[in-house]
Ligand binder design. Structure first.
Ligand code: ATP
Ligand code: MG
Ligand code: MG
Length: 361
């Protein structure tokens, strides 16, 4: 496999393309944007919509295998490519399951993993019924298209006897999220959040990176640190769920699985991303083989690389104007600066990240 086609041209595509180049592979990006971070570093790119059949067909002919860096690529695009005989990794099932929080939660339960209590919400009545079912506080989320905490709202009202306040909370939630099909989740009283970046190869071999501990601010990932302050038993529980997911989805590529850790050390699955994941960026500087190279290896049918960690690491996202301090950061010891080449630093936009590495503890 010499040319990897990538659907999506954001920073994840950029880092995948760079990793591919380092192991002698070319990349061809397909993305609807005129300017996208991945174009700067890929061998070729096509500006086209994901449902542009002519462009997809041409793209498919120009590559040996196709992957994606964006979990909202329409499943129809993947099916269209499959019908042309193109291989898309990970496959449609992994993509489809991840795109709908309700289907995703049912899938997680189906493989024996724990999730938050949940209830599908399609109108005010089902929201009320959901509030009866899941413990409060609760979070109402859109089933589709949410990211960085967008499309979700917390319902904190505790007492349903205060019917006025209760109605208000429900209506507020409904207004915020809109009429889109939603899911109500019980709030998980987690002590920390961790994620596992895992990979499954063409031959079914699985390699997992160490769990990272994640801190979010305003719904956006702020830092990911390794080692995570969790017991070996907790880490193993998260690894076991990740392995089961990879197998159940007949997955090829890198996955990012987010977990809540409870006081007693149990893990609850939050969601998974069928792609390389922000909480795995530390692997670039903390491991011999990064999540990006690992993903490229998997989809290209290479043996997977060693995910062992040679350093402790703290990855911090540079969001919006944070990026202005790049010059000072670049001069700090043991600090690896990564910038995505985005032209405009809008608030909440991921512009780059820094990883500070120290001797493995
Ligand atoms: P991402 O950018 O990770 O894709 P997202 O928009 O899909 O984010 P979630 O991961 O579902 O959103 O939620 C974002 C954050 O909100 C979580 O990492 C966690 O901190 C908090 N959160 C979400 N759901 C729950 C829950 N059921 N209980 C407690 N906290 C939650
Ligand atoms: Mg998400
Ligand atoms: Mg998340």
């Amino acid at each position: 496999n010499g040319v990897i086609g990538i659907l999506g041209g954001g920073q994840l595509g950029r880092m995948l393309a760079t990793a591919a180049a380092e192991i002698g592979l070319k990349t061809h990006i397909l993305c609807p944007d005129d300017h996208a971070p991945a174009y700067d570093v890929s061998s070729a790119h096509t500006v086209a919509g994901y449902l542009d059949e002519y462009a997809l067909a041409k793209f498919a002919k120009s590559v040996d295998v196709i992957t994606y860096e964006f979990e909202n690529v329409p499943v129809e695009a993947v099916e269209f490519l499959n019908n042309l005989g193109a291989v898309v990794r990970p496959g449609a099932k992994a993509l489809e399951t991840a795109q709908d929080r309700l289907v995703e939660k049912e899938f997680a339960r189906g493989i024996g993993a724990e999730t938050a209590a949940f209830h599908p919400v399609d109108d005010l009545d089902s929201l009320k019924a959901g509030l009866e079912k899941v413990s409060r506080p609760a979070i109402l989320k859109t089933r589709r298209l949410g990211y960085d905490g967008k499309g979700q709202t917390r319902i904190t009202t505790q007492d349903s006897d205060l019917s006025g306040a209760y109605e208000k909370a429900i209506e507020f939630a409904w207004d915020e999220v809109g009429a889109a099909p939603s899911i109500l989740e019980g709030f998980v009283p987690f002590t920390r959040e961790i994620s596992i970046i895992g990979a499954r190869g063409e031959n079914g071999e699985i390699k997992l990176y160490d769990p990272a501990e994640n801190v979010h601010k305003g719904g956006i990932l702020r830092t990911s640190s390794v080692p995570a302050a969790v017991s070996e038993a907790t880490a193993e529980k998260a690894r076991a769920v990740t392995r089961k997911m990879l197998e159940a989805l007949d997955y090829v590529g890198v996955i990012g699985v987010e977990f809540f850790v409870l006081e007693n050390g149990d893990v609850i699955v939050n969601e998974y991303a069928p792609r390389v994941h922000n909480s795995g960026h530390w692997t670039e500087d903390g491991c011999a083989v990064s999540q990006f190279e690992q993903h490229i290896r998997a989809v290209a049918g290479w043996p997977l690389g060693d995910p062992a960690r040679h350093s402790d690491a703290v990855m911090e996202n540079l969001i919006g104007d944070d990026v202005k301090s790049w010059r000072a950061l670049a001069g700090e010891p043991q600090t690896c600066v990564h910038l995505y080449g985005k032209r405009e630093a809008r608030p909440g936009r991921k512009m780059g990240h820094v990883t500070r590495i120290t001797k493995k503890s």
